[in-house]
Design a protein around this ligand. Sequence first.
Ligand code: 4AD
Ligand code: MG
Length: 430
Amino acid sequence: VLQKARISELKDHLDGEVTLQGWVRHHRKSGKIQFIVLRDGSGFCQCVLVKSEVDEQIWERARQLTTESSLRLIGTVQQNPRNQNYELLVKDLEIVHISEAFPITPKEHGIEFLMDRRHLWFRSKRQWAILRIRHTLVKAIRDFFDERGFTLIDSPILTPTAAEGTSTLFGVDYFDEQAYLSQSGQLYLEPAVAAFGKVYCFGPTFRAEKSKTRRHLTEFWMVEPEIAFAHLEDVMQLGESFLKHLVQRVLENNQFELKELERDTTKLEAALQPFVRMTYNEAVEKLKKLGSDIQWGEDFGGDDETMLTNEFDQPIIVHRFPKEFKAFYMEPDPEDDRLVLGMDILAPEGYGEVVGGGERASSIDFLNEQIAKHELDPEPYQWYLDVRRYGSFPHSGFGLGLERAVAWICKLPHVRETIPYPRMLYRLKP
Ligand code: 4AD
Ligand code: MG
């Protein structure tokens, strides 16, 4: 019987007859043979037409095919003895649509040209591979928290307050009020953790990043776990097992895609070893030795993170930062009142921060002071302070930026390739 198959399933149909539906990636004619590389979203397959074995009509029909034409092919599944790939020996062919000249060709295109055609660009093998790895990561993220007893709590996107500083807020007219697009779901998870014990949210977040860097999008996806009665040490450990789980999943599921991206997987395997840990103080000392002009009390710049992470094969957990440049909600370090119990995880190979988090302040007096220091209007934060009014408790969490994780795992030069439709300064289309 004739079965509709996807390219990824061809191994189950060896020697059988199937119908494939998809688009022409390449078409090559060589005398009495035509080769069509078909893609159907699940993979790529070489389809072979032998002139002596098909009707004249079918042969002629195939000759009209252009790149990205859509079609249906019927044939027998074979395994190529040379490379073990599954191929289709074509018996019949139905053209669905002859494509106009496809603008993205194998020649070099500039990045703006490709970004303007993002909706077509992700048909290319490399972009396809990246977005498939992103998909694996999304599933791995959900599985990790679901399997550990976390409850998903969706946080709102329209919010009245800042979570991560007022300089990157996107304002929205909300009837007669001022609203902002959410920078982080954290403030909404902290009350929820008192109801569910372990929670997470996973969704788009927004920051009006006014500089062009290879690490910043204005719309990015963040997963944020939050745990009751957890301290800094607990979330450092959780962050480490979490990142290892993500790398492991991609190694298990995406060898084909990693190969397409020419990713050196030994570098990823190194991330399964124990992570490096250092305090902010130690990191600053190390950076000075490496030639950075960072001063104690300053946040790391992108270059500092690159310098630091190039020193080790494993991710680095940096903890206990100066209060000054961290968010208002962080718990002070009981051993040094200049510091807060925050932690960042920096990905190796120059990638830098992928995770940010730490222990949350549990004293209402301290938080009130911090809100004043950060010149925030206390009124819209009153509901958030209720967490500290009704059975306050230590709690901790973190956020992982999905696109930063994809960029590192795929070893991409820029986060713009990690999301289907990137949003950045000067980039709102398509
Ligand atoms: O370090 P951030 O700002 O931490 C928070 O938002 C906390 N409220 C999270 C928490 O504790 N629940 O952001 C967390 C992560 C960063 O480490 C980075 O991976 C990513 O979000 N991120 C961005 N990714 C892409 N583009 C941007 N503009 C990003 N800003 C942050
Ligand atoms: Mg951060």
